[in-house]
Each structure stands twice: as C-alpha cells, then as structure tokens.
Design a protein around this ligand. Structure first.
Ligand SMILES: [Zn+2]
Length: 307
C-alpha cells in the first residue's frame, strides 16, 4: 500500500514538472502539457472562441497580451517557441496580423489557419483592403466557430462529436447575445445611432445592427491622431450632434480626450475591440466583451440633451 502511494506521489511530481516548462512565456496559458491538442491563436479574442470549442481536449494560448493591439505587435522569442510547439496557429487574417511574416520565418513548420474565412469583408474607408475587425459582429462569429470546429475535428477526430456539441452550445449562446443586442440597441433613436471610437473598428457591428460608425483614424497600424484626423472627427461629431464618444481598452485614450474636450461631448465609457478584458473584469470573454460593448453604446447614445 505504502509503495503505491509513493509511486502515485512521484507521478504527480513528474506531471507537474512537465507542465511547467514554458512558464516564462508571456500572455495566455501555461502551454502544452503533452496531452491533447495545443493551439495558439494570434490574440485573446480568437483564443477565447477556440477554448469554447476545444473544451477539455487540449490547451489554448495566444500571442498578443491583453491590453495590447494585434495590428503592429512585435513578436518575441517566447512567441516563436509557443507557435513552434503548437499543433496549429490560428490567425484572423483579413489584413490584421501585420507581424505574421516574422512568425512564419521563425516557426515555419506549424500550420497557419485563418479562422475568419467565409466572412464577407468590408473594406477600409477609401481603400481596397478589408477591415480586419469582423469578430466585432457576433453574426460573424459563426464563421469563426465553424472554421475552428472543422480544423480541430480534423486534428483530433475522436473529439469531433464533443467539438460539434461545444460549438452548437456556444453558437446558441452567441445567437442569444445577438438577439439581446438587437433588442437593446433598438431603443437608441435613429439620429443618434452613430458609434465613434479612436480606431474605426465597428464597421461590421454597425452594418449588422443598424448604426453608422467612424473613428479618429481607420486602423491602428496607420497614422494615429494627427491634427487633421482630430479636426475631421470633431466636425463629424458636431454635424451629427452625437451625444457621446467611446474609448477602447487597447488604445491610448488621450486622442479621444482631446476630441471630447474640443467638441463638447462626453466619453461615455470604454469598449473592447482588439482584446478581451483581463480575467475578473466585466469583459473577460468574447461574449462578455460584446455584451459590455452593446450596453456601453446603449447607455451613451440614449442620452439626450436634457440629461
Ligand atoms: Zn484594431
């Protein structure tokens, strides 16, 4: 009896020793424990969706830390290691990960899958390239989830039924979320349905839920916050008489503060675009971040001048 106990204790020790070999990696989880699939996603939103489908059958990690934006990220050696050790690397595609080449040069053997495939792209304002922020409409999340499910099932066929079931449940939750957004945002007056943030990232959301959208700049990897951009958006705000503007968790708020000060509107809250919120925050998952965004828009844009 005693001997079994000792052996059991030893194997526990070995298991925990194996699990701690990439502790130094930043962002995300502890890495692969040698069982199940190990998937790395380019940023936290995609990792959260992947976790919902993968469930217990593996580990999910991500590259861009929460709070940083995924356009111009500079990958570090531990990121190359993560991707190298992964069974697959999930990216958004649609012009998002401008640093992908550096990953490909340093982790050449890991397959890269663009999980936005199937989304109808909306171009950047005045350009012929897609705006990458398709995940910001829950209606597009279905494409992401289907692509994740198909890929995981191919890599782990024994888990296919579980992935399918997880995906169905998750899509059900997202449909409920979408209905909630539809219903909640219906209260906002027609002439106040205008979302203004620093980076004009809500095009897909705006199209699906009947808003207009604009930003100080088009995309984070472009020039940010020039006086021309700031003056232009102030004009838009005054012309449209929008009641409020918003800042993002991944963008320096000072530009929008300048805009708010000079146009006499209030910043009505922080929304999540290029990352989920920190663990324990009100936006720690994709579903929670989208719910928080919708609530923040409803709160800010339903204000009238009397208030
Ligand atoms: Zn962005």
């Amino acid at each position: 009896m005693k001997k079994i106990f000792v052996l059991f204790g030893l194997s526990l020790f070995l298991l925990s020793a194996c699990g701690s070999n990439n502790e130094e990696a930043k962002g995300g989880n502890e890495g692969n424990n040698g069982e199940g699939l190990y998937v790395t996603a380019s940023f936290s939103v995609l990792a959260d969706m992947t976790e919902a489908v993968l469930g217990e059958r593996g580990e999910v990690d991500y590259i861009v830390p929460i709070g940083e934006e995924p356009h111009e990220y500079e990958p570090v050696p531990s990121d190359f290691r993560k991707v190298n050790e992964s069974d697959v690397f999930y990216t958004n595609g649609l012009n998002l990960e401008e640093w992908l080449e550096r990953i490909m040069d340093n982790a050449a053997d890991t397959e890269i899958i663009e999980i936005s495939e199937g989304v109808e792209p909306i171009p950047l304002e005045g350009e012929d390239v897609p705006d990458p922020h398709a995940w910001l409409s829950p209606k597009n999340a279905e494409y992401y989830i289907d692509n994740i499910t198909a890929d995981l099932s191919e890599r782990d066929p024994e888990g296919a039924d579980i992935f399918e079931e997880n995906a169905e449940n998750y899509k059900q939750e997202i449909e409920e979320l979408s209905a909630e957004i539809e219903e909640g945002t219906a209260e906002i007056d027609e002439d106040q349905r205008m979302i203004i943030v620093s980076e004009n990232a809500f095009k897909y959301f705006a199209e699906d839920y009947g808003f207009d959208s604009d930003g100080i700049w088009e995309m984070n990897s472009h020039e940010e916050g020039t006086s021309g951009q700031i003056n232009r958006i102030i004009d838009v705000i005054q012309e449209r008489e929008v009641p409020a503007v918003f800042v993002e968790s991944t963008v320096d708020p000072r530009y929008m503060e300048t805009v708010a000060d000079n146009s006499g509107v209030e910043i009505a809250g922080e929304v999540y675009t290029d990352a989920i919120g920190e663990e324990g925050s009100e936006a720690a998952s994709y579903i929670d971040m989208m719910r928080h965004n919708a609530e923040t828009f409803i709160e800010g844009l339903s204000r009238n001048e009397a208030e």
